[in-house]
Design a protein around this ligand. Sequence first.
Ligand SMILES: NC(=O)c1ccc[n+]([C@@H]2O[C@H](COP(=O)([O-])OP(=O)(O)OC[C@H]3O[C@@H](n4cnc5c(N)ncnc54)[C@H](O)[C@@H]3O)[C@@H](O)[C@H]2O)c1
Length: 273
Amino acid sequence: MPPIGAGSMYKTAMLGCGGRARGHADAYRFVKHGRLAAICDMDEKRLNTFGDEFGISSRYTDLDAMLEKEKPDVLHIVTSPVVPSSNERLRYPLMKQASDHGVPAAIIEKPVAIEGEDWKQIAGLAKETKTKFVVNTQLNFHPKNLELKKDVAEGRIGEIRFIDASARSRAAEQGGHVLQLVSSYIDDAHPVRVLGQIAGSEHLNSAGGHPGPTHAAAQVLYENGVHVSIAFGTEFGQMASDDPGTYGHKRVFIVGTKGFVHWRFSSWERATP
Ligand SMILES: NC(=O)c1ccc[n+]([C@@H]2O[C@H](COP(=O)([O-])OP(=O)(O)OC[C@H]3O[C@@H](n4cnc5c(N)ncnc54)[C@H](O)[C@@H]3O)[C@@H](O)[C@H]2O)c1
């Protein structure tokens, strides 16, 4: 996508008009070079409620029709990873559709994939597509994380030796946020080996949220030699505060040769001698 000069605008479009899409649309209050021009949802009632709320008149119930007619510079893909009623996988087909239409850039919600099969399809697409896909995760720009990441990048904890990360919600729900956070502390190094265990099958269909095991724990080796321990779900994910809910317990603990930083959703600590 060519860079835009001062005064010009990206034309953007939204696929999905559910709860999360409201956050995306609302963020346009702060966007100077983008205009949300069109929306699409197969559920006409949702489409029209959303369109009325955000003052968008170009409305579609079919993605192909929207992409054909509107030719947006940026597409927001704000759907669940599966169709809740049938468990049909949605991410790859929708990303492929955007790619086939030559959409220059797409913002996609987490979780990108929910199992090995759709991950492989998406990794294959990544090799051939010209569309730039970005994933919307919530912790990367958290102000305290930015500060702690600066400590790590500037060597205040020495050389990274080990990372411990967890969430008490399931891997398919908030695991992606925590894994992205781990990567962001180590220059987006790729994992090369995983030895893990899962337990609990009650969420394997999508009735209670995104499909996936209830509990997961693993040792992960990254390409830069860093070892990471991860745990998701209430059996292994640490309590990071006395919040009785599951969502407020995301955390990452980076141990270095000279000190550590420990970010938690609602608190933090560090030793940077
Ligand atoms: N990044 C974050 O912090 C964060 C926060 C909340 C939710 N999310 C994620 O956002 C995603 C969406 O969440 P939600 O609660 O808005 O989901 P939702 O299911 O309520 O809404 C999705 C909408 O997309 C529509 N849709 C799906 N496939 C379609 C298709 N092919 N064509 C037209 N319309 C289609 C559905 O009809 C539905 O209205 C989820 O993956 C969720 O995990 C992320």
